[in-house]
Ligand binder design. Sequence first.
Ligand SMILES: [Mg+2]
Length: 167
Amino acid sequence: MLVDIDGVLNPLRRPHRRFRRHRVAPDGHALNVWLDVRHGRMLRDLAADTGAELVWATYWRDEANVWIGPRLGLPELPFVPVPPFPGIEEGGTFGSWKARHVAAWTRDRPFVWFEDEPDAAASLAAEPGVGDHLLVGVDPVRGLTEAHIASAATWLSARPLPPAVTG
Ligand SMILES: [Mg+2]
């Protein structure tokens, strides 16, 4: 389960009083984020209920484990190494650039992706060899909701469980 931060866990503006402002400094750049600690529990429960693994898929890369995860009660998570967006002049968008790197990292594995970039789904579908997936589109003004979690849970529970790791 791939999780974006900006527009998903950190909405564009505070959508509800549950969200608290946090001062953070990923890569030394000070900024404010809005976080709802309930998101941490929702994601942990989803992972526990479905057996799927949580992974960061964000331009924050491993800074997510420093600045966001601990504030939501999430353990250190693997992350998709999305390189910095090269710019519009190079072609593409934030969403298509990210989709390319998500496809490369997931290879043919099935995954759910919580993402707010509007062109991410189409970009992902255009990537060759991408695995079976569900892109859960999030409204960046509202951020992640219970309905998004429910969609992911339904899709994941309809899939056969991977073989148990023994030994
Ligand atoms: Mg985003």
